[in-house]
Ligand binder design. Structure first.
Ligand code: DX5
Ligand code: ZN
Length: 216
């Protein structure tokens, strides 16, 4: 079954602990934490102290999405703060291989992400070493945007490449995932759906998550 990773970017930040608990009870598989530096993307979200606070409050798997330049400088600190998986952008570093190695050396999962205009082939030289690839389905930086349908073609292409290589690499999609777009993302081959507004704008978190799994 497809996994769901709600993005806390859309939650009520004055009640992060309760928001985390609400998605855990609703059956979320992990929690997605969006870190933005105002340089790689034109927005600033939250950073290390918030990740640490969430870690102390919850034992959920923390899926940390770094939208920051030079991620290599911060990998160890995000792992110390409690990240279980770190995604960084291929457009943000000159040495993706070193970043993957630094994450995995600490026993954590490593993922590479591509923005909408980056061809999926850009990750192929590193694919065998990755635990996951995150295909952005909106321009990173903001929640609440509409999914760019073209990006789903990259999901199908990557799914075929993973099958051809007979490797175990998960595909995550992020941006504009709601009960209407989830089905096409799953059909294209996504294993994990990130969803911010469609989960946190619905008071019934379980209904929102079940709808994304296309169970209802
Ligand atoms: C955007 C972030 C996403 C965002 C998704 O840059 O990476 O994780 O929170 O939000 P929705 O689901 O509202 O598009
Ligand atoms: Zn994200």
């Amino acid at each position: 079954m497809v996994k769901i990773s709600p993005s806390l970017l859309a939650c009520n930040f004055t009640k992060i602990g309760e928001e985390m608990e609400s998605i855990r009870i609703a059956g979320a598989d992990m929690a997605h934490l969006d870190i933005m530096d105002g340089v790689f993307v034109t927005n600033i979200s939250f950073g290390l102290p918030v990740v640490s606070a969430i870690r102390k409050h919850s034992d959920m798997f923390l899926d940390v999405h770094l939208m920051i330049i030079n991620p290599e400088k911060y990998i160890d600190r995000f792992i110390d703060a409690g990240a279980d998986l770190i995604t960084f952008h291929i457009e943000a570093t000159n040495d993706p291989e070193a970043c993957i190695a630094a994450i995995q050396k600490r026993g954590k999962k490593a993922a590479l992400s591509v923005k909408p205009n980056t061809p999926i082939e850009a990750v192929y030289p590193f694919l065998d070493r990755c635990d996951m690839i995150l295909i952005m389905t909106v321009e990173p930086g903001y929640g609440g945007q509409s999914l760019i349908p073209e990006c789903l073609k990259k999901v199908s292409k990557l799914r075929a490449e993973i099958q051809k290589r007979k490797i175990d690499v998960a595909i995550q999609v992020d941006g504009g995932i709601n009960e209407k777009t989830a089905k096409s993302a799953i059909e294209a081959g996504a294993d994990i759906l990130v969803a911010g507004s469609s989960v946190f704008n619905n008071q019934d978190r379980k209904a929102a998550i079940d709808a994304l799994r296309c169970l209802t």
